[in-house]
Write a protein that binds this ligand. Structure first.
Ligand code: T46
Length: 181
């Protein structure tokens, strides 16, 4: 497993070691000991999620507030997505900055997103199965979000806006500025 920290402190790209042979492939999609050693974290994941989406679906940007904040370890089992993590830790040197990482069934890369981030992704392939681990439970009442095309965040989602498929809920999310004023 290779781990490298992004420009956002505590946010890591993980490249698992893939064992290919004549049957196909094997890799450890998560190993708590290796993960905690290489990322210097002590994360205890409690909930696994999976979503299936078609090309153009954009889920996010979402977070959970205060004690319900979630760290996530995200990956793609089928297809490809552009995964975006936004640093919304108000005391962070990279407050308001984001990383955008292509996660695909071929590269098998994973992104660890610590608590204090907003998260979203857009599907670049025809279909995508997105799988992720959370270190805190879902809490509907604690859900928050930032509109995908926020003018201050300036996220390049790669696809044309007219090709995006976004839920009504996500189209009503607030702006970054409104969150912190
Ligand atoms: C997140 C979640 C949702 N739900 C229920 C609530 C809704 O009835 C249904 C769909 O939820 P939602 O539209 O919020 O799903 P996504 O848009 O994929 O939300 C996720 O999108 C971005 C990418 C994230 O990082 C978050 O994990 C999460 O917010 O599943 C649950 O029962 N448990 C859960 O943990």
């Amino acid at each position: 497993m290779m781990v490298r920290e992004t420009k956002l402190k505590g946010c890591y790209i993980i490249e698992p070691k893939i064992f290919n042979d004549s049957r196909g492939y094997f890799f450890e999609s998560f190993n708590q000991k290796t993960f905690n050693e290489l990322t210097n974290q002590n994360v205890n994941f409690v909930q696994d999620n999976e979503s299936f989406s078609s090309r153009g679906v954009l889920r996010g940007l979402h977070f959970q507030t205060r004690d319900h904040a979630q760290a996530k370890l995200v990956r793609v089992i089928k297809g490809s997505v552009l995964d975006v993590a936004v640093d919304i830790r108000i005391d962070s040197e990279t407050f308001g900055e984001h990383v955008a990482v292509e996660l695909t069934e071929d590269n098998k890369h994973q992104l660890f997103i610590p608590r204090g981030f907003a998260h979203g992704f857009v599907v670049l392939s025809d279909k995508a199965i997105f799988s992720y681990k959370c270190d805190n439970f879902y809490n509907k009442e604690a859900e928050g979000g930032i509109i995908f095309n926020d003018q201050d965040l300036q996220i390049d989602w790669r696809l044309q806006e007219e090709d995006l498929i976004i839920s009504e809920k996500d189209m009503e999310l607030t702006t970054f500025k409104e969150l912190f004023i």
